[in-house]
Design a protein around this ligand. Structure first.
Ligand code: NAD
Ligand code: UFG
Length: 337
């Protein structure tokens, strides 16, 4: 297949590009580089051994997206391009409505104009808000707890509506749990701008000495060790899930909404211990107050993905820590893995 990846130079998009290329698919990347390093395309070409067309454009620019789709006729689009910071979304709701919701509408218009009728979409477990219980199944109620989460729900609904009214032949809403890790080649990984919000990049930067310690946000949650529990998923497993979901919906012309997680909950302290074991580095911690808006615990029931397109996560938390560290260490010029 030939596939256009919006946001394909970003963290999850670049890993998915590598997974698709490995399975013999052709990739076209459309990205405005608002949150991507300029050297990602060259790194991807080194990794895949393939020339990858890169279109520098904004998904809201319908003529540019139509032109890209006409120049590179594709079987499907995988739609990663979005803004993803919860705090920023609460500070600037209109920015998020514009980039995420209007951006998705413009992309869907461009696809319709270019007669591209299949899409895989990056949704998030954030659509479940604070769940009543875990493991979370896809038919659990959705809840909006912040502007970012609202945009994800609206984007899912837009895509579902177009599938229901047959404007799209096939669509996959993929609800990611907590993606972490990096490609084992060390060529691609996550490069957060400024101080990382998320746990794994923060821990990795403590390990390089860029930050003195990890603040553990709360140790009085109703969890086995009192710290927050999440379902971390290796980005390489996540990337493979995109390839399998894409192949499934394009072959069968069906629309699906599925969780992508491992089904395992890991606490902050467990992740820190796993990181120390996998890397031999010590991570100093300081217990800090709970972070406003944080959920105590959630993890996926990932059975539907396995039933539907035969995917299950293969990599464990140690693999995630080791690969995150390899990437972060090489960025920091540390050579000990
Ligand atoms: P990322 O920021 O690394 O990648 C997004 C890419 O989209 C970037 O390369 C950016 O330059 C590009 N982009 C942004 N706005 C654009 C626009 N208007 N036009 C063209 N390109 C644009 O983020 P990521 O972590 O790879 O996330 C990818 C998707 O997965 C996002 O939709 C995100 O909301 C979703 N998601 C991410 C996580 C996570 O924890 N990383 C969890 C759940 C869902
Ligand atoms: N944590 C710390 N210290 C830190 C960072 C995080 O203790 O410096 C803790 C958090 O309190 C939480 C856990 O580590 O218990 C994971 O936090 P992350 O920020 O890595 O992940 P979240 O689950 O809070 O957020 C992620 C995405 C959001 C998305 C949300 C729900 O970053 O975009 O999942 O899907 F909305």
């Amino acid at each position: 297949m030939r596939v256009l990846l919006t946001g394909g130079a970003g963290y999850i998009g670049s890993h998915t590009a590598a997974a698709l290329a490995e399975r013999g698919h052709e990739i076209v990347i459309l990205d405005n580089f608002a949150n991507a390093e300029r050297d990602v395309p060259a790194r991807l070409e080194r990794l895949t051994g393939k020339k990858i067309p890169i279109i520098e454009a904004d998904i809201r620019d319908v003529p540019a997206v139509v032109a890209a789709l006409r120049e590179h006729p594709v079987d499907a689009v995988i739609h990663f391009a979005a803004l993803k910071a919860v705090g920023e979304s609460e500070a600037d709701p209109l920015l998020y409505y514009d980039m995420n919701i209007i951006g998705t509408i413009r992309l869907l218009q461009a696809m319709q104009e270019a007669n591209v009728t299949r899409i895989v979409f990056s949704s998030s477990a954030t659509v479940y808000g604070q769940p009543d219980s875990s493991p979370i199944l896809e038919d659990f109620p959705t809840r909006v707890e912040n502007i970012y989460g609202r945009t994800k729900l609206v984007m899912e609904d837009l895509i579902r509506d177009l599938a229901r009214t047959k404007k799209l032949k096939a669509a996959a809403n993929l609800r990611y749990f907590n993606p972490v890790g990096a490609h084992p080649s060390g060529q691609i990984g996550e490069t957060p701008r400024g101080v990382p919000n998320n746990l794994m990049p923060y821990v990795s930067q403590v390990a390089t000495g860029e930050r003195p310690h990890l603040r553990v946000f709360g140790n009085d949650y109703d969890t086995p060790d009192g710290t927050g529990v999440r379902d971390y998923i290796h980005v390489v497993d996540l990337a493979e899930a995109h390839a399998l979901a894409l192949e499934h919906i394009v072959t069968n012309d069906v629309s699906i909404t599925v969780n992508l997680g491992t089904g395992e909950g890991t606490s902050v302290l467990q992740l820190v211990t796993a990181f120390e074991t996998a890397t031999g580095r010590t991570i100093p911690i300081v217990i800090a107050p709970r972070r406003p808006g944080d959920v105590s615990s959630y993890y996926a029931n990932p059975a539907l993905a396995e039933q539907t397109f035969g995917w299950r996560a293969k990599l464990n938390v140690e693999d995630m820590c080791r690969d995150s560290w390899r990437w972060q260490a090489s960025r920091a010029g540390i050579n000990d893995i």
